[in-house]
Design a binder for this molecule. Structure first.
Ligand code: PLP
Length: 347
């Protein structure tokens, strides 16, 4: 798979690390209820998971006040980003994204004739919605909004984004990737799913990989108009991509408030600790609305990542405004301490 082969050294070495802070995973998950559901589902795992698929779609639809026909499941949100990339780049259409933003969808689009239009972030590292809207024209296939944005962990103003979607979705489909929305104080008040309810031509993507701790279990979904769901489903393996044990776990843990709040509390405590370490070492950072933090480095990014890796700490680096940055995922407290020890040695 493309990203693993491209970055095999860093991603495949990861399980042996002291601190795995490179893929924005949640080491506090999955929940006890999810793990029990997997064990309980084993006896019937010789069966195809047809009914569990509709149970989970029904649960999501009921929570969001939508119909099952508005929900498409896949083994994580990545296959759904790929489906959108394939469909909306057909015929050489433009895919508009922030820069930097999560690059999976536009990178995939380029494999299918899509043209990637990158719009720089604002001076406070947020998606520049006005500049993105100005790029929309007759050749636009899709506008990709990652909110919170990866790698900057910034959010745009909710009302502004709602108004943006209402206007822009009349000209091109807007894809809102809400992978990290569960880390915000009020996901229900911040989500753009209301736009789907209002009949807009938008697609909202969610994943269990982040706060639910399912990155290795694989479950994600999109919410959109039924016609869009039917179109994009053709590009996915459908039921063949879904495992009965993962579905059982997702059904057990979906909107499991106590678990989610506890994981969020632990994440925020680790994040505060990380902020303190950075401040004490004389570094700044972009205040984070997700489970990762970007900060400007004082050395070459590749060298920094390599030196941290030698000390058993996996992080990633980015170039932004001619400056090298580190993106560090927020892990358990022992992992943040390992980060701090290594960081003090080389910073
Ligand atoms: N969207 C964003 C913004 C991400 O950061 C990621 C993973 O890191 C994904 C989507 C894909 O996640 P998954 O396929 O595990 O749902």
């Amino acid at each position: 798979f493309k990203r693993v082969t491209d970055e095999s050294a860093i991603l495949t070495a990861a399980p042996a690390m002291k601190a795995r802070l490179l893929a924005n995973e949640n080491p506090f998950g999955p929940s006890a209820a999810a793990k029990k559901a997997i064990a309980d589902a084993m006896d019937l795992s010789y069966q195809y998971a047809f009914s569990a698929i509709n149970t989970l779609r029904g649960k999501i639809a009921a929570y969001e006040g939508l119909k099952q026909s508005n929900v498409l499941l896949a083994s994580g949100s990545s296959p759904l980003l790929l489906a959108a990339a394939m469909h909306y780049s057909k015929g050489g259409k433009n895919i508009i994204t922030g820069d930097p933003s999560y690059d999976d969808l536009p990178t995939q689009a380029e494999h299918f004739e899509g043209k990637w239009v990158k719009v720089p972030l604002t001076s406070d590292y947020k998606l520049d919605l006005d500049a993105m809207e100005a790029k929309v024209d007759a050749n636009t296939g899709l506008v990709y909004i990652c909110n919170p944005n990866n790698p900057t962990a910034t959010v745009v103003d909710t009302e502004k984004l709602k108004a943006f979607c209402e206007r822009v979705s009349k000209k091109a489909v807007v894809f809102v990737d809400e992978a990290y929305i569960d880390y915000l104080p009020d996901p229900k008040g911040t989500t753009l799913i209301g736009g789907v309810k209002a009949g807009q031509n938008i697609i909202v993507a969610r994943t269990f990989s982040k706060l639910y701790g399912f990155a290795g279990l694989r479950c994600g979904y999109i919410v959109a108009q039924p016609e869009t769901i039917r179109t994009l489903e053709i590009y996915t393996p459908g039921w063949a991509g879904l495992s009965s044990t993962t579905l059982a776990a997702a059904i057990a843990t979906y909107q499991e408030t106590d678990y989610l709040q506890d994981a969020l509390k632990k994440t925020n405590a680790s994040k505060e600790y990380l902020y303190d370490v950075l401040k004490k070492e004389g570094y700044t950072y972009i205040p984070s609305s997700a489970n990762f933090v970007m900060f400007p480095l004082k050395m070459d990014g590749n060298k920094f990542v390599g030196e941290m890796m030698k000390r058993g700490v996996g992080v990633r680096s980015w170039k932004l405004n001619n400056q090298d940055w580190c993106r560090v995922s927020v892990g358990r407290m022992d992992e943040m301490q390992a980060f701090a020890d290594a960081f003090k040695e080389i910073s």
